[in-house]
Write a protein that binds this ligand. Structure first.
Ligand code: NAD
Length: 534
């Protein structure tokens, strides 16, 4: 990443200009960063807003991964010796740079990914938040002190840096998912190689550019501590296969995760998988619709239905379906769809034409399986011809048919009914994915039952709040075909360290565990339990 001298920076304001290519170029200038050293002819990066060319980049090949892993290993060997709180200081400096540049970072993220500016700001804020979380963690990488069964023995567990992290990320959270894993891995003492989505490489270049700036005046940080691999799935596969990558974190579709999981399992590497979701909300007889309607709308239509936690299935009590849909359908149809850089727009474009075609194919299948579709059509009036804008769809289904059990990465909300809570929970759990879930109820028994072992089988279990928009403090991830991984939050840092269990004998006898006797010295002194030591 080229860095321009500070004098070349310009003040940044998006106001009055919603042109994606210009916004993208201005944002890079405001950040004092340039794409010049990455320009090439391999990868055309287009804005989903209007199809404008944002950059043409050269990509890495699988052979480059070899050299990157070797450099990452060297960096790791130096970084692991730096005290953890000092490692946290680097993350703190990076977090401050991100905080100082929220506006240009949000604008370029929105221009490249298509999410509305407000949500892009939220994603950049999430990067700041996880930096703060990681800085705090850098002084809390606690081990355990365990009661030993043997006299004058000390039994402890502690954590060491694990090695090289390979991180593959998806297009829909082009910055936050990387930051979740990488900032925590950095304070844990690991080095990292990031393979971002080929649809959002310039956002990755901007964030890594700022990290490199934070490292410039930070002597303790070795070269190549964090590297970027720009390109497609072949690079992800090369990382998953490489014996020098100790931890492989992969966020994306279940199909991708299955491939990565098999590759890493074959070589016994650790994997952290954050895969597809098929998230549901149960709306009960006591649900407050004034809360539920906005929650459903944001969860189903926010980010144009392209969040892993997007609400895709609404399981509503049969007695409340008519009332709910009478209010929800007009709200969803009134959402302002358009250029996500414009103020007031609530739904941006789908990432590309393929996403649009997959959405239309899913709606066709839903009709064939008995669904009644509201919305879902392409919106072209006054919008760029090369952007794929849609009205979010609500589909009344006769039951949980095969299409409902699949994740279609677009704003489609399937609606089904239930009679008993057990029936609703069974429906909710009867899909292959297990990421996020929610219930709207004022009945304490229902809320508790839903969260209990008999309730939702998901990694995220919410009450009177939607399925999307998690905070960074809690562990984030899901079960079943969502992969079981927890990239960040809570004690997920333990994914980025290796555990050592240490037993220290400070007595003058060799006592075996479980009372085993194994006498090799004639006077039997060696295995006799002793009190008092010296
Ligand atoms: P995708 O699976 O197409 O691509 C994700 C990343 O994996 C990209 O960087 C891609 O180049 C790489 N990749 C693709 N195939 C690969 C392979 N065989 N081996 C190694 N790398 C490979 O996903 P996408 O379209 O970018 O993102 C949407 C998907 O991501 C949805 O399914 C969504 O639910 C999921 N997602 C999950 C989470 C989560 O935390 N659970 C978060 C964000 C997105």
């Amino acid at each position: 990443m080229n860095m321009l001298p500070p004098a070349a920076r310009c003040a940044f304001s998006i106001e009055g200009d919603a042109d994606p290519a210009r916004t993208h170029a201005n944002a890079f200038r405001a950040l004092g960063l340039s794409l010049d050293s990455h320009r090439g002819e391999d990868l055309a990066v287009r804005s989903p807003i209007d199809g404008a060319l944002l950059a043409t980049l050269s990509v890495h090949g699988a052979a480059d991964i070899e050299a990157m892993v070797a450099r990452a290993r060297t960096a790791f060997l130096a970084w692991r010796s730096v005290p953890a709180p000092r490692r946290g200081e680097l993350v703190r400096r990076f977090g401050n740079l991100v905080r100082d540049n929220i506006e240009p970072l949000s604008a370029l993220l929105s221009a490249e990914n298509g999410k509305i500016l407000e949500e892009a700001r939220g994603e950049v804020q999430e990067v700041v938040d996880i930096c703060e979380f990681a800085v705090g963690l850098s002084r809390q990488l606690y081990g355990l002190s365990i009661a030993s069964e043997r006299p004058q023995h000390r039994l402890t567990e502690y954590w060491h840096p694990a090695g090289v992290l390979g991180l593959i990320s998806a297009f829909n959270f082009p910055a936050a998912v990387w930051a979740w894993g990488t900032t925590v891995a950095l304070v844990c003492g690991d080095s990292a190689i990031w393979k971002p989505s080929e649809k959002t490489p310039t956002t990755a270049l901007a964030f890594v550019g700022l990290l490199q700036r934070a490292m410039r005046d930070f002597d303790a940080a070795p070269a190549h501590l964090v590297q970027l691999a720009i390109g497609g799935a072949d690079l992800g596969r090369a990382l998953a296969d490489h014996p020098g990558v100790d931890i492989l974190s992969a966020t994306g579709s279940t199909a991708m995760g299955r491939d990565v999981a098999e590759r890493t399992a074959r070589r016994f590497a650790r994997s952290i998988l954050e895969l597809g979701g098929n998230n549901a909300m149960i709306v009960t007889p006591t649900a407050e619709l004034d809360l539920a309607i906005p929650a459903i709308t944001f969860a189903a239509a926010g980010t144009a239905g392209q969040r892993c936690t997007t609400l895709r299935r609404l399981i509503v009590h049969a007695d409340r379906k008519a009332e709910l849909l009478d209010r929800l359908i007009p709200v969803m149809s009134r959402l302002e769809t358009g250029n996500p850089l414009r103020p007031g727009v609530q739904v941006g474009p789908l990432i590309d034409g393929d996403a649009f075609r997959r959405m239309q194919a899913a709606l066709e299948r839903a009709r064939a399986e008995g669904g009644l579709v509201h919305g879902g059509e392409r919106i072209e009036d006054g919008l760029p011809a090369d952007g794929y804008y849609v009205r979010p769809a609500i589909v009344e289904m006769p039951g949980q048919t095969p299409i409902v059990c699949e994740e279609t990465f677009a704003p489609i909300l399937y609606v089904m009914t239930y009679r008993t809570l057990e029936e609703a929970i069974a429906l909710q759990n009867a899909v292959p994915q297990g990421l996020s879930s929610s219930i709207f109820t004022m009945d304490m028994r229902e809320a508790e039952y839903f969260q209990s072992a008999l309730g939702s089988d998901c990694g995220i279990v919410n009450v009177n709040i939607g399925t999307s928009g998690a905070e960074i403090g809690g562990a984030f991830g899901g079960e079943k075909q969502t992969g079981g991984g927890r990239v960040s939050g809570s004690d997920s840092w333990k994914n980025y360290v290796r555990r050592a269990t240490a037993t220290v004998n400070y007595s003058s006898a060799l006592t075996l565990a479980q009372g085993v006797r194994f006498d090799v010295i004639e006077d039997d002194r060696a295995t006799a339990p002793q009190q008092g030591g010296n």
